[in-house]
Structure formats: C-alpha cells, structure tokens
Ligand binder design. Structure first.
Ligand SMILES: *Cc1c(COP(=O)(O)O)cnc(C)c1O
Ligand SMILES: [Zn+2]
Length: 409
C-alpha cells in the first residue's frame, strides 16, 4: 500500500511520477513528495504508532517509501531531555533538548534522512549510492550503505575534521576529497550525477531524502505527549531540516494527532556562514551566497538549497533567525556539556548559543515550552575545541601529591 501520490513542484505545482528526479522541467523549482492524506488519516492512528518499534519507521505512512523499509531499523527515537540546568543558566523555565548527538549508527540526525534515501534507492533498484557532504552525511551514507549492501562513493571538501573523515572511510566507502568548499563539491556531484546511474542522496534522491527529517519532529511531538512545542530552535545548513520540522507539525495537525499549534520556528547559523539568518534579519527577499569561514563545518553551505523556503517558514511562524561567532559556538558546546552532560558538535554549539542570544534579545519567550535541536555529536569535532578546554592536572602517584593539588584547587 502506497501513501505517496508522486512528486510535485514546490513553485509551479506541476506533478511528476515517483522517479529519482528533483527539479521541475518547466520552472526549475525543487520537487517535493505529495502524500495521500485522506488515506493516511483512515489508516494511521496514535495507537498504531505506539504499537510499533521505536525507530523512524513507526511513522512510515508519512515517509516516502512504497514497500517495507530495508534500511534504518535502529535509527531514531532519540531522547527528548527536560533541560532544567541549561534552562536555569539561560533564564528559561521550560526548555527541552532533542538529542540526536546519540542517533545511531553515526551520531547525527543525518542517519534519519539517509535511512529514507537508501531504502528508496533500493526500491528504485540502484546498487550504488553517493553524496556531497559537509561530513555527517558522509558518515551516515557510508555506514548505512555498508550494512545495507550498497556500494558508495562520497565526495567531501578536502579539509574536513579528521574524525569526520575517519568516520566515513572506516566503513569501506570510496571517499573523494575535493579541493574546494561544499558548494564546489555539490556542483561537481551534479555533473557526476548526470553521467553515472547512481542514487545521490542529496541530489536526485533529495525529494525523498529530505522527508526523513520529519521523523525528528514527529518524535518530539510524540515525546511531549502529542503536542507541538511553542518554540523550536533549529540549526540551518541548506535549511531543509527547519522546513521539514514545520511540515511535520502541519501534517500532525492535519491528521488530528495534535491540536492546532502556533509553533514559532527559530533558525540558527554561524556568523561565518550565515546567508539565511543575514537575509532574514535584513528583510531581504533572497539570500546572498557566501564563502563559508566558520568552525561549524557541518552547517557551512554558502548557497543553501532551501534557504528561501526556510526564510518564509520562519516568517510565517512568527519566529526569528540569528547567528553567532565561533567563540560563542565553543561557549555553547561547553555550556550544554557542563549543564546537561551532553557533548554536541559545533552545530549544536550554534543552536545553544543562538538560543542564548535570542533570549537576551527578548525574542524567545522564556516561559513557553521550547525545544532546542541538538543534531550531532561532539566526538566528531574535537579539533574545534581542543585549545579551549582545560588540560588534566598531572601528578606523581602518591597521596601527598594529590593533597597538595587538592589544597591548591
Ligand atoms: C546537515 C546538518 C544540519 C542541517 O542540515 P540542513 O541542510 O539545514 O537540513 C544540522 N546539524 C547537523 C549536525 C548536520 O549535519
Ligand atoms: Zn515547476
């Protein structure tokens, strides 16, 4: 039973069949999956969702596959943590952290989108998958391709964090470093995609891939007891996650899973790559492409594919966008670790620091239920903070030395 009707252009509305395509032939707009909500409403209930395994596929009717999913049985259902300590530090009384730093198998929310993309790639009959990546996507594609018996070719900027590189090659993928920034990598991949019959998760599979992000928000709403938060802070690279969190909330409203909500969407970027937040703050209609220069490499997309859509979602919801310096990102990583015991990567530092800034500016209400989106793990971006953390005290192995140290602290 299929709950998807096909693909539809986000700009002109032209319809296309379910194929590995991503751009409208008429207007060059992006294609999006269209669902049969009437049938989903008949078949999907909270009880049915609750009866299923705790992974992303418990919401299968709202994800774009036609057969049984083949990839991602262990992906998703990460903790939603009531963050009272962080709230206290930030002057917020109703704060939650959705923690995809512990998403399996590769410790970022990219495991969600890739599970959907690779399950769909198998449906289409591809034997090789590929992607252009800022790091986390590369990790997820190489791991899930390996367990899913797919060949993979992965393209990254050559200067990524070492841990993100090792976390890809370890799974036996073909990893190619490109001398350029993410946008150069992406441009090359579009060319390769035209020549090789591969499933590029964020190019020809992008309409399907991006839907996987909705599972992050479905889980938040389920974990809150079937309601949407009043506010949610989301980090933005291409802007896709933010638009899909919004779509997920609207879908749960439409299906009667939650009451109508007024969730405000807050977008977070690093100042060193802030095309979306800068355009939003200046009330520009479109963003200006930038050359990234920030430690938040997982968010370093200078020409964000969903940037304009992210801006309009933030606007429509009544939220805001903001960006923070590299130093604020490091402070954000430390603050989350010291208050909640959660070690996030630079993207999570961006989210925490932007939350702090928005509270200080009075733009984020401090008593309404607010979720901040932690999307990746700090073990992958050690390089970014190695010079900003305390080194251990080293002493001889005897009690006198320890007492001397103890008394000096
Ligand atoms: C990819 C990524 C994001 C955001 O991605 P979008 O392109 O905006 O969907 C956020 N956090 C982390 C850790 C990521 O890897
Ligand atoms: Zn179109």
């Amino acid at each position: 039973m299929s709950y998807t009707k096909g693909l539809k252009c986000k700009e002109c509305g032209e319809r296309y069949p379910k194929e590995p395509i991503y751009v409208c032939e008429t207007c060059f707009g992006p294609l999006e999956v269209e669902y049969d909500y009437d049938n989903i409403k008949k078949d999907l209930s909270k009880e049915l969702i609750l009866s299923r395994e705790k992974n992303i596929w418990r919401y299968a009717e709202l994800l774009p596959i036609d057969n049984e999913p083949t990839i991602g049985a262990q992906v998703g259902y990460t903790p939603l943590v009531k963050a009272d300590n962080l709230g206290k530090a930030l002057g917020h009384s109703n704060l939650y952290v959705k923690n995809d730093a512990v998403c399996f198998p590769t410790l970022s929310f990219k495991d969600r989108v890739v599970s959907v993309a690779l399950s769909k790639s198998k449906e289409f009959g591809f034997d090789t998958v590929s992607c252009a990546s800022t790091g986390n996507l590369a990790n997820a594609v190489s791991s899930l391709a390996s367990s899913g018996n797919l060949k993979s070719f992965i393209f990254i900027p050559y200067d990524l964090e070492e841990s993100k590189v090792i976390n890809s090659v370890i799974y036996g993928t073909n990893l190619v470093g490109i001398k350029g920034a993410y946008d150069d990598v992406n441009r090359l991949c579009s060319e390769i995609a035209g020549k090789y019959n591969w499933a590029f998760v964020n190019i020809n599979m992008r309409p399907y891939y991006s839907e996987g992000s909705k599972s992050y928000a479905f889980e938040i709403m389920e974990q809150l007891g079937w309601k949407a938060p009043a506010n949610i802070v989301v980090p933005m690279a291409s802007g896709s996650l933010l638009t899909k969190v919004w779509k997920a909330i609207k879908e749960f409203e439409l299906l009667g899973m939650i009451e109508p909500s007024n969730t405000k969407m807050y977008g977070a970027q690093a100042t060193g790559c802030s095309p979306i937040s800068t355009a939003f703050k200046n009330k520009w209609e479109i963003f200006k492409p930038v050359k990234p220069d920030t430690i938040a490499k997982s968010l370093a997309i200078g020409t964000p594919a969903d940037g304009v859509y992210a801006m309009s979602v933030i606007n429509e919801s009544g939220g805001h966008a903001e960006d923070v310096s590299d130093q604020e990102i490091i402070d954000g990583i430390k603050l989350l670790a010291e208050t909640e015991g959660i070690y996030t990567e630079t993207a999570g530092g961006v989210t925490v620091a932007v939350t702090k800034k928005l509270i200080e500016q009075g733009k984020l209400p401090t008593d309404e239920l607010t979720v901040i989106s932690i999307t990746g793990n700090g073990l992958k971006t050690q390089d970014a903070i190695i010079d900003s953390v305390k080194k251990p005290e080293v002493i001889e192995p005897n009690i006198d030395n320890f007492e001397e140290l103890y008394n000096s602290l």
